[in-house]
Design a protein around this ligand. Structure first.
Ligand code: HEC
Length: 127
């Protein structure tokens, strides 16, 4: 393999390993900073324990997309045939309408990856 390509390949492997490592750490991270992000950016529409403008978010990590009984989702979320992994949630939170263009969640997204990471830490521990 030419040297340049080889370096690129190694760099993408490293990025992948880093992403995996930070995901794995989410389970025993400190949820306090993420709770703050949740308060600031999500709590106008979401609560952990009850449905409001958006569905309750307790247990959302690993939950099937669009599956809270009695909550009326957009066709995009209702028809999604998957569960919320940390990776999918990270994409969702960086720009909901980019992942599901027909979504009813009127939220532009969180650009800062570290903020998304702390928020996911909090959500992962919310049961
Ligand atoms: C302006 C209101 C609003 C804000 C702000 C908002 N959401 Fe939502 N959210 C919604 C609505 C409405 C839905 C349902 C979307 C649909 O059906 O397309 C939703 C859906 C979701 C879902 C999918 C849940 C499921 O059961 O599949 C997740 C996860 C989520 N929001 C997380 C968040 C987080 C985390 C934040 C803060 C960064 C946030 N939302 C901010 C209104 C909002």
């Amino acid at each position: 393999m030419p040297r340049k390509l080889h370096a690129l390949f190694a760099a993408s492997l490293l990025t992948g390993a880093f992403a995996l490592a930070s995901t794995a750490q989410a389970a025993n991270c400190d949820p306090a900073p993420g709770q703050q992000v949740f308060q600031n950016k999500c709590s106008v529409c979401h609560a952990l324990n009850e449905d409001r403008v958006g569905p309750h978010l307790n247990g959302v990590v690993g939950r099937r997309i669009g599956s809270v009984p009695g909550f009326t989702y957009s066709a995009d979320l209702a028809g999604a045939n998957a569960s919320w992994s940390l990776e999918q949630l990270d994409k969702w939170l960086s720009g909901p309408a980019r992942l599901y263009p027909g979504t009813a969640m009127a939220f532009g997204g969180i650009r800062n990856a570290a903020d998304r990471q702390t928020l996911l830490c909090f959500l992962q521990q919310a049961h």
